[in-house]
Design a protein around this ligand. Structure first.
Ligand code: CIR
Length: 254
């Protein structure tokens, strides 16, 4: 069984953290509607969608991916790099505690789930403004006993590693080579985004299907040419908050 943890868009999302984008007005009701369709796409792919408690005063609380790393053996509750986001983690820990043994990233380390990319037993972690060397070391200590290899990766020009590279298959990645050097993903098949669509590398693999924003038609054609089972969604309002499709759920297999 596959559970997808999500959280409704906060009324205060207009005050979200922004790093690379200029602030533009977010239409909360459109964002809510788009988020519901995203949840529907998860349900269509067999996920039981479980909504966490609403946190209306925490603008970025919809981006639940940043609060935890869920592996088969354990879940690691993060310490987000933006202090405004640290209060998001306790409700995620509460939801995960019946599903996995929990560990945590501890001060002074910081780590955002958006920086953590896993394929099999290999984990790449973006070294970014949000994720520190201590945070990565902390993660390594928690997961090494289960046989995971953790590699810190330089990322430039974007918020998180998963803005630059995400899984589109068990051995395949969608990558923006301007933001991360594809050579770090040794041995994996690399599909590059269309360079005219820099934000196009964030795709959400669920089983063998991929949830993908409809905003990147040229890259979408590249994915369709590979016969990937794509489920496109309109994620334009959350994109104004620098969120993508991976950010809005935590997938837990039980
Ligand atoms: C932030 O800056 O933290 C939010 N506005 C966006 C977080 C997006 N999360 C993700 O890419 N995993």
């Amino acid at each position: 069984m596959r559970i997808a943890l999500t959280r409704q868009v906060s009324d205060s999302i207009g005050r979200c953290e922004l790093t690379h984008l200029a602030r533009t007005p977010i239409d909360v009701s459109r964002a809510l509607a788009q988020h519901r369709l995203y949840e529907e796409a998860l349900s269509d792919l067999g996920c039981e969608v479980r909504r966490l408690q609403e946190l209306p005063d925490l603008p970025d609380a919809v981006f639940v991916e940043d609060a935890a790393i869920v592996l088969d053996e354990v879940a690691i509750i993060t310490r987000p790099g933006a202090s405004s986001r640290r209060a998001e983690t306790s409700s995620v820990a509460k939801a995960l505690s019946p599903l996995r043994p929990l560990r945590s990233i501890d001060a002074p380390g910081t780590l955002d789930g958006g920086d953590v990319l896993r394929l099999g037993r290999r984990i790449w972690v973006g070294i970014t403004r949000r994720t520190s060397a201590e945070g990565i070391e902390n993660l390594r200590r928690h997961v090494a006993p289960f046989g995971y290899e953790v590699t810190g990766v330089a990322v430039r020009g974007c918020l998180h590693l998963k803005s630059a590279a995400t899984a589109i298959g068990s051995e395949a990645l969608l990558v923006n080579p301007a933001w991360v050097d594809p050579a770090v993903f040794d041995g994996l098949e690399i599909v590059e985004i269309d360079p005219s669509e820099p934000f196009a590398a964030n795709a959400l693999l669920v089983g063998e299907a991929v949830i993908y924003p409809e905003a990147y038609p040229s890259t979408e054609r590249r994915l369709r040419a590979r016969r990937i089972d794509l489920r496109t969604v309109d994620a334009s309002e959350l994109a104004k908050a620098e969120g993508g499709v991976t950010c809005c759920s935590l997938i837990v297999e039980i």
